[in-house]
Structures are given as structure tokens and as C-alpha cells.
Design a protein around this ligand. Structure first.
Ligand code: COA
Ligand code: MG
Length: 305
């Protein structure tokens, strides 16, 4: 049967599957010490914050400090993201122009309610002749964003849109919905993960405010990985190592993946769709999963870890 026209696969701009976003640290752009430290930290990405971590009286100074850092020699080598204030706020336009001038890898849009907010930011960026390489990340932190997250994530399948990543904003979500406790936020966090997968986007979990209890934090990271998140947003350098560990393949997972690849590579299995390995059914989809895991492990190795 020939596919009907319209069945053709839509082109999708995939983020490389091996792209690492295990540990994504917020750095308040108003904090000179933290800014200076950012380039030396072993996180996969940094989000320089102009929004909630910066007080109303500090906004202009923070913008200037960030400009100096990113246009100078202190720019981190890792993926660099700038969170601006909402475009509709009194600081939005100036933040947006400052961010664009810093040429980050991405601009993180807060308080997104639906796809229109991202399309508007896209159009505004195009108006400034910004390079297409600048992407958008979107905070999912309002009740409307959770209700619209499927439509927001659809933009990930649109090669003309710049959306690359969904970031759960658990503090704002708890505030707006009056829901307390991570266990009660979980259904909405799962919506974020599902939407991200549908739209070929990265999904980042919200922050953990208690940055002294690293044991509890490691537990939260393990849970977050099991929920399907690609990484965790962080507020403190001490949280980087546990996040990197939790979102990296374990030695056992790597050994299992290598066994799956080796089994399918045997001449008698090369053309089979399903085989058995140690009493378990293994299909080609498991081979793809194993290959993706090994590719991620390779990317971590190339990182020098
Ligand atoms: N990025 C880079 N460096 C950071 C950092 C961060 N997010 N948080 C702390 N540091 C640095 C401090 O500047 C300090 O540096 P020093 O050793 O040179 O003095 C060191 O790490 C230790 O900091 P510590 O004393 O343990 O924490 P603190 O009390 O100074 O700060 C917070 C605690 C929560 C205020 C701070 O971590 C922070 O501002 N985090 C980010 C908050 C944020 O961005 N929120 C918005 C998104 S949810
Ligand atoms: Mg927020």
C-alpha cells in the first residue's frame, strides 16, 4: 500500500539525543561572585537569571554585569542560557535586547501560557536579525502552561520554530495553584515529560530549594530520572555532582546495553526482530534504546568525566 499524500514524515529538527542537560544551574545575574564562578563549574548548562532571582532595583545592573561577562573572557564553555523577564513586563524588552546581544545558546522564556508567547518571541528575535542558532527554552510554571503544554510542545516539531527545551517551574506552579508537596505536583510534571517527548524536546525538572540536604536531593534526582526527565535545574553548585551522577548511565546499564548490542550483532541474529537474552525478550526497540544509552555514555566520556 502506498502512503497517502499527507502521510509524509514531517521534518523535525532533532536535538542530538546525546546532548547532555543533566545539570542546569541557575546563576543570578546580580550576584558578581556567582557569575565569576560560573565558568569553572562542571554543570552541563548555565541559566543566567534576570528574572525571579534579581530584585526590581537590581535589574539594570544585572543586565550590564551579564553583558560584560558574556562578551568578555568569562563566558562558560558549556551551554549558555539567559532567562529574561516576560516580554509583557516593564523589563522584558531591555532584557530581550541584552540577551540577544550576548548571543546565548538559548533564551529562557518565563511565565509562558501557550504557544502564542513563544511565536511572539520568535517573531521579535527575527526582527533583530538574530542568528537562527539561538533557541528558546520555555518555563512551564503557570496553570495555563500545564493545560496547554501539548500545544506548546508541538512547536518542537516545527522546523521554523526555535523551541528546544521545557523547564518545569515548580515554585511558581505551587504558588499559582496553591498545591503543596512534590507528590502533588507529579501528575503535572509527567505531563511536561510526555509533551516534551511528543515534541522532541528536552525536559528539565524543577529546582530543589533545600540545597544543604544532598542526600534527599540525590533521591529526588533518581526519582526525576525515573519520571523521564533529561536533567534537573539547580540553584547551588553543590547540587551539580549528584545531578550529573543521577542522570548518567550506570555501569550496570552500560553492561546491559553492550550485551544487547553484541547479541543483535551475532550473524544468526542480524536480521531477526526479536531475540532472547538471559531469559528476557529483546526487540529491536531495545537495541535502539541500548545504542542511545551508549551514545550518551560516550558524550559523558568525551566531556572528560
Ligand atoms: N551559581 C554560582 N555560584 C553559586 C551559586 C549559583 N547558583 N549559588 C552559590 N554560589 C556560590 C556562592 O557565591 C559562594 O561562592 P564563594 O565560595 O566564592 O563565596 C559559594 O557558591 C557557596 O555559596 P553558599 O554560601 O553555600 O550559598 P549562599 O548562601 O551564598 O547562596 C542561594 C544561597 C540560594 C542564595 C544561592 O545559591 C542562589 O542565589 N542560588 C540561585 C537562585 C536562583 O537563581 N533562583 C532562581 C531560579 S529558581
Ligand atoms: Mg518562576
Amino acid at each position: 500500500m502506498r502512503p497517502r499524500s499527507g502521510w509524509a514524515m514531517k521534518p523535525v529538527m532533532h536535538e542530538p539525543l546525546s546532548r547532555l542537560r543533566r545539570s542546569v544551574l541557575y546563576v543570578p545575574a546580580s550576584n558578581e561572585k556567582a557569575l565569576a564562578k560560573s565558568a569553572s563549574l562542571p554543570c552541563d548548562a548555565v541559566i543566567f537569571d534576570l528574572e525571579d532571582a534579581v530584585g526590581p532595583q537590581q535589574k539594570a545592573d544585572a543586565r550590564e554585569r551579564l553583558r560584560q561577562l558574556l562578551q568578555g573572557s568569562g563566558r562558560p564553555k558549556c551551554e549558555t542560557v539567559i532567562r529574561i523577564n516576560p516580554l509583557s513586563s516593564e523589563w522584558g524588552t531591555e532584557d530581550f535586547l541584552a540577551a540577544r546581544a550576548c548571543r546565548p545558546d538559548a533564551i529562557l522564556l518565563p511565565k509562558v501560557d501557550g504557544p502564542r508567547d513563544i511565536l511572539d518571541a520568535d517573531a521579535a528575535l527575527d526582527e533583530t536579525d538574530a542568528p537562527r542558532s539561538i533557541r528558546f527554552w520555555a518555563m512551564i510554571e503557570t496553570a495555563r502552561a500545564v493545560l496547554n503544554v501539548g500545544a506548546i510542545a508541538e512547536l518542537g516539531r516545527d522546523p521554523a520554530a526555535r523551541l528546544s527545551c521545557l523547564v518545569a517551574g515548580t515554585n511558581d506552579l505551587a504558588k499559582e495553584t496553591r498545591v503543596s508537596g512534590r507528590e502533588n505536583l507529579r501528575p503535572w510534571l509527567m505531563q511536561v515529560v510526555l509533551a516534551a517527548r511528543a515534541g522532541n524536546l528536552t525536559a528539565l525538572d524543577g529546582v530543589s530549594n533545600n540545597f544543604r540536604d544532598l542526600e534527599a536531593f540525590a533521591g529526588e534526582c533518581a526519582e526525576s530520572r525515573a519520571m523521564g526527565f533529561d536533567g534537573k535545574t539547580l540553584i547551588h553548585p553543590a547540587q551539580i555532582a549528584p545531578a550529573n551522577a543521577a542522570f548518567s548511565p550506570t555501569a550496570r546499564e552500560m553492561a546491559e546495553a553492550e550485551a544487547v548490542v553484541a547479541e543483535f550483532a551475532r550473524p544468526e541474529n542480524r536480521h531477526r526482530g526479536v531475540i532472547s537474552l538471559d531469559g528476557r525478550m529483546i526487540e529491536r526497540l531495545h537495541l535502539e534504546q541500548a545504542e542511545a544509552l551508549l551514545k550518551k555514555a560516550q558524550a559523558i566520556k568525551e566531556n572528560g568525566e
